[in-house]
Structures are given as structure tokens and as C-alpha cells.
Design a protein around this ligand. Structure first.
Ligand code: URA
Length: 243
């Protein structure tokens, strides 16, 4: 990793402050003064600032229950970024592994480990994401059977050059409905990619409309009973799923 990045990861310093400290000559790598921010360093190098040894802080991994009218972006733009909810140092250094629309709720993963988030979002990795979907038009059993086949075969969405990957559509069992009134219009959809507005476009392509959307699961990581707006660090087992 670059020396300035290592300093940021293991201290409270911003990238600009790290560069200033480097210029000042206070940083040593294995005993030698180091001023080059781009110098490549490893965890087994001894890196000191003003004689104090830095120890590499590991990467960070969190799960958040996103609320409506927040955005999956590293800047506040119209709505607040979901990063405002994560009450840790330098939360805005994290990035979002799989964005949701402003009006979508549910499971969001955040990390500063680029390789890990790649494993979550790359279509090549085929990680399953499960959404609870509320539809404008209820689906009876015959229609559901037709849609299950269509979604499994893949849909041609406008502007895309390939079909959607096989997706799994299921009805929610009556006892698991979040809205008891919605037996015919509350369904679960599992997809393994993340095209722009994919779930909304898939239902639009079959003449329906998503009125509410909520992500419940990514791979084996489930939102569970995390309350809206709440977050927690992922467990080592959860982190290992995409490491
Ligand atoms: N698909 C959508 O249409 N929106 C989301 O937020 C996520 C998946």
C-alpha cells in the first residue's frame, strides 16, 4: 500500500495531513526518513512518525439498515449519505458495496476493503442479493408461475446488451408477510447482479411496477432484526464470506 494511505489507515490523519507530515521529514520507514507519499510499504515494515511506531489498522466492515431518503454515495446530495449513520472515525473513507436507490430500504454493506467489495458486487462472483418487493399489481398463482419462468430465463431490459441473469421469484408465505394485506403483491426476488435500477426495471419489463423495495440479504449476510437506521460491525464469519 502507498505510504500516505498506510499513515491515514493507522492514524487519525487525513491524506493531506499525512502528506504534510511526510514533507516535514518526521516519517521513517525501517529507520530511514521517507518523504515520498507514493512509496510502497508493507505491514512488516517499521513505520514511525516522530519516533512513534504505527501499527496497521485492519480494514473495516459494517452492515447498515438503510432508511428511505438516504443515498448510497460518498457525498450528501439532496439526501444525506448513508455514511452519516455510521458513527465511526473517518466514516466517509468507507465505500458502499452495492448501492440502493434513495427510496429503497434495507441491507447495505460498507467497507474500506476494495477487494472485499469487489467480491460482493462483481457480476462474475454471482453473489445472491434478495429483495422484498411490493408491487402495484397483485400476482395470482398462474401469473406467478409465468413470471417465475421468465425471470429464471432472463429478461431483456432496455439499453442492455445481455439478458438478466437467472433470477428467483417466490411468493412470501402468509405468515412471513410484512404487510398482511399484500399476499398477492409482496414477493421475494433474488438476483446475482446489480444493473442500474435492476429490480424496478425487471418488474416494469413484465408490465408491473415496484412501489416499495427492501433488501434483506446479500449472500449469507442477513439484515435480521437490525432496526432502520441502525448499524453494526460485521462478525469475522460474515467478513470471511467475501474475503
Ligand atoms: N434494484 C432497484 O431497482 N433498486 C435498488 O435500489 C436495488 C435494486
Amino acid at each position: 500500500m502507498r505510504l500516505d494511505k498506510f499513515i491515514c489507515k493507522s492514524t487519525e490523519l487525513t491524506r493531506t495531513e499525512a502528506k504534510k507530515v511526510l514533507k516535514s521529514g518526521e516519517v521513517r520507514v525501517n529507520g530511514d526518513v521517507a518523504k515520498n507519499a507514493a512509496m510502497q510499504v508493507h505491514e512488516n515494515n517499521t513505520i514511525t512518525i516522530d519516533g512513534q511506531q504505527l501499527s496497521a489498522r485492519g480494514s473495516r466492515y459494517y452492515i447498515l439498515h438503510k432508511v428511505v431518503d438516504s443515498i448510497c454515495s460518498n457525498v450528501d446530495e439532496g439526501y444525506p449519505s448513508v455514511l452519516n449513520f455510521i458513527e465511526v472515525d473517518k466514516a466517509f473513507d468507507l465505500h458502499i458495496a452495492g448501492r440502493l436507490d434513495a427510496d429503497t430500504t434495507g441491507l447495505v454493506l460498507l467497507t474500506d476493503d476494495g477487494r472485499w467489495s469487489h467480491n460482493v458486487i462483481s457480476p462474475k462472483k454471482q453473489c445472491q442479493k434478495t429483495y422484498r418487493v411490493w408491487l402495484r399489481n397483485g400476482i395470482d398463482d398462474d401469473k406467478l408461475a409465468v413470471l417465475v419462468t421468465k425471470f429464471a430465463q432472463g429478461l431483456q431490459l432496455q439499453g442492455e446488451d445481455s439478458l438478466t441473469r437467472p433470477a428467483i421469484l417466490t411468493r412470501v408465505a402468509a405468515e412471513d408477510l410484512l404487510d398482511e394485506q399484500c399476499y398477492k403483491s409482496e414477493v421475494l426476488l433474488t438476483i446475482t447482479e446489480g444493473k442500474y435500477h435492476q429490480v424496478k426495471r425487471m418488474f416494469a419489463a413484465v408490465g408491473n411496477r415496484v412501489v416499495r423495495l427492501h433488501r434483506e440479504q446479500i449472500g449469507a449476510i442477513v439484515l435480521g432484526d437490525l432496526a432502520p437506521g441502525e448499524w453494526r460491525a460485521l462478525s469475522p464469519d460474515e467478513i470471511a464470506l467475501f474475503s
